[in-house]
Design a protein around this ligand. Structure first.
Ligand code: IMP
Ligand code: MG
Length: 181
């Protein structure tokens, strides 16, 4: 039973087009790199990173990090903990952090601060979605797929209480008064 519906916000074909553009721009930016370590923040970035790395025309390593999430709440606790660290070493390498949504920016701020202590050559951020109006940290992604309003969204890797990650598009959650079966 769920008491919400999902209205399409960004169509699958529009995501595909935008990811291809991002892939071109990022490949251009890193055309001189010996290796770009693309770090996905789990779990929300898994679908985006899978599509994005297929659009990169440079040498790439893929790694993942898990930080604590919102749980089943729709608001940020502001507490960020590393739950699963990177497998590889980023020292002296170019790093691209891939995030699903930048909301307050607290997650990214904490992750960047932690990764910087390992002395990478550079760290940039590519976020699929940006909720600029919600920002409380002084953090900006270097590449953003789509600017979105202050709505709770799901799909294309992004969840609401661990559901809806499998949707091939991005939709906004609309609460209903009566429960749906
Ligand atoms: P921040 O630390 O406030 O920037 O939170 C970013 C994280 O919150 C994202 O990586 C998402 O996991 C989660 N988040 C923010 N907005 C949404 C949303 O609309 N739907 C699902 N998760 C969200
Ligand atoms: Mg996340």
């Amino acid at each position: 039973m769920r008491n919400y519906k999902v209205d399409t916000l960004i169509k699958e074909k529009d995501i595909k087009k935008r990811v291809e553009q991002l892939g071109k721009q990022i490949s251009e930016e890193y055309k001189e790199t010996d290796k770009l370590i693309v770090v996905g923040l789990l779990r929300g970035s898994f679908m985006f990173i899978a599509d994005l790395v297929r659009c990169l025309e440079i040498p790439v390593e893929v790694d993942f990090i898990t930080v604590s999430s919102y749980g089943s709440e729709m608001v940020s606790s502001g507490n960020v903990k590393i739950l699963k660290d990177l497998d590889g070493d980023i020292n002296g390498h170019d790093v691209l952090l891939v995030e699903d949504i930048v909301d307050t920016g607290k997650t990214l701020e904490a992750v960047i601060e932690m990764l910087e202590t390992r002395l990478p050559k550079s760290i940039n951020v590519c976020a699929l979605l940006n909720k600029q109006s919600r920002r409380t940290s002084n953090i900006q992604a270097n590449w953003v797929g789509f600017e979105i309003p202050d709505e709770f969204v799901v799909g294309y890797g992004v969840d609401y209480d661990q559901r809806n990650r499998n949707l091939p598009y991005i939709g906004k959650v609309v609460q209903l008064k009566k429960a749906l079966k």
